[in-house]
Write a protein that binds this ligand. Sequence first.
Ligand code: SF4
Length: 197
Amino acid sequence: MPDIQKTAENLRELGYTVRIFDTKEAAADYLDGAIDQTTVGFGGCQTAQQMGLYERLEKHNEVHWHWVKGEGERELAMNTEVYITSANALAESGEIVNIDGAGNRVSSTLFGHEKVYFVVGRNKLTEDYDAALWRARNVAAPKRAQSMGKKTPCAIRADRCYDCKSPERICRGLVVLWGPMMGFETEIVLIDEDLGM
Ligand code: SF4
């Protein structure tokens, strides 16, 4: 079983800012206080949705999220000072794995913001990099395809990836962060609860 404290230690060694919270409410309280009077973009992120982050942050920030306000928000969210997303998997050794279809979410974790937050539930943690890659492809992506009602083989049972060639394939690119990108701060908010897919 991956250890959340050890994961945090390894992430800090890599140069990330890391905070751990017992509950999504405590993590949301922290972010609500830390992110104020700025512009915020969200990537597709069920974890943030479960935390109610949009509703809290939009009271005192300019917030853009295509899940709330429609497709036009994707581009606006790419030009904010702060960006919030989750991970499809996070290895105890510190690699963060994300798969994307449109690319806005993964590209925003690489460039273009003053600060990026990853909000990550304990269910996303894996023992090593290989397991993180496996989880992203065989757990997170099929569940996401199923939740979106995609016509892909994985969406029927959300049991594994079938490496499909479907026109509705949601897995178009995979990004692995080996460490925080240069030029801006990346903070990992670890939450000791199961959140997201
Ligand atoms: S590649 Fe296709 S089958 Fe595999 S998870 Fe993505 S959408 Fe599903």
